[in-house]
Design a protein around this ligand. Sequence first.
Ligand code: NAD
Length: 447
Amino acid sequence: MPDFQHVQLPEGDLVKIEDGQPVVGDHPIIGSLRGDGIGLDITPAMQRVVKAAVDKAYGGKREIQWCPIYVGLDGLQKYGEVLPQEAVDAIQYLKIAIKGPFTTPIGEETHVCLHCAHQQYHDGKCDKCGKDDGVAPRFRSINVGLRQAMDLYACVRPVMYFEGVPAPNKYADQVNFVIFRENTEDVYAGHDFERGTDMAKAVIELVKDKTGRQIREDSGIGIKPISVTGTKRLVKKACLWAIANNLPSVTLVHKGNIMKFTEGSFAKWGYELAAEEFGDKFVTEKALWDELDGKMPEGKILIKDRIADSIFQQIQTRPGEYSVFALPNLNGDYLSDAAIALVGGLGLGPGANIGTEVALFEATHGTAPKYTGMDKVNPGSIILSAVMMLNHMGWQEAAELIVGGMRKAIKDGHVTYDLARLMKAEGRGDVTEVSCSGFGEAIVARM
Ligand code: NAD
């Protein structure tokens, strides 16, 4: 057992990985990163709901043993740094963890307060909230740091509709997607060179020298790497998800009509992977029409590809035709946010970042500092992320209880302020605005 300084492992079963899948005992130790800001409110609400669901589903035979891991404000206070190595080591040791949101500095200022996200040019006391134990020197995004430290290469975002949530799309009730976004490559790989720098000039020169083509001298330059390795491991995760959950299709989304050897190759390698790894489990659209007369054989999954711009139309006009998506990083980023908007916004969007062994589930919204500690915000995102986590653990019965409870709570109009406001604006007269913990209780009462 590792010799941790602050992380205290509770009694319980360590999660093991066999053949790439988690093997979970009845009392698994699961990492919990509370999150800054409203992490204080949503994480306990999530744990309460998970406990009630697990108790109800397994009659006391199973129980999660939460292991607190200290990152963000908690990390600063325990270790003097926001992303301590021990936190990364502990998540890697436990294999499964769930996190709240973390503050990310965005402006020019040298310091940021992790209580209220205020940014300033000095350490010590926060000029806004007055607290003197949360001001950290500027740092890089904790979320990106965690992903990179553990090579969590698949960003997974389920998008589903809940009856009663005011949604802008008239086909919202047909939306049931799981988006797999590649997390490590593409224009996010960090090869971004400012106009006029040696690197920018050298690339411009190299292109001219080798191809004879001109790039304007006053250009900034970005490099967009997309590899076979990065593509295939991501598409494999998407295919495995579709198989495990009996889903009808996997769609490879790309802009290969313009970027043949990056985006276009992503689709080509995706098809290759499905054929190499899963044999005839997947049927291509071409085979469907050329060989099968348009009739999908029982138990098979359709694999298709779509150009990125068309998919942004199709998810609005024919969402029922899509199920699992696999995309390179940038388009995956866009599609995740666009898709969640169809069903009424980010409040209820869950997520996870998954690598070869480690899975880190997460609330997808930010720290909403003005609501910290007010027991007010919507804990739906982290609760649905816990649902993903329970499914990942093979505890589907508990996961289903939570989703069912949440569906009923929303349908009954027992919702937090954000949804209450929208529902009332739509003319619903039976809405009961509840607190963050109250929403958790509303779910538990309806399981
Ligand atoms: P935010 O998501 O915190 O807030 C945007 C809006 O949504 C606000 O009006 C907020 O009150 C509301 N909101 C957010 N979560 C809500 C919830 N659960 N229920 C009800 N309403 C909710 O985004 P922001 O204000 O741009 O960022 C605040 C901080 O969070 C910044 O430091 C930012 O970098 C960080 N952030 C972190 C993550 C993450 O850790 N995954 C994601 C986004 C932003």
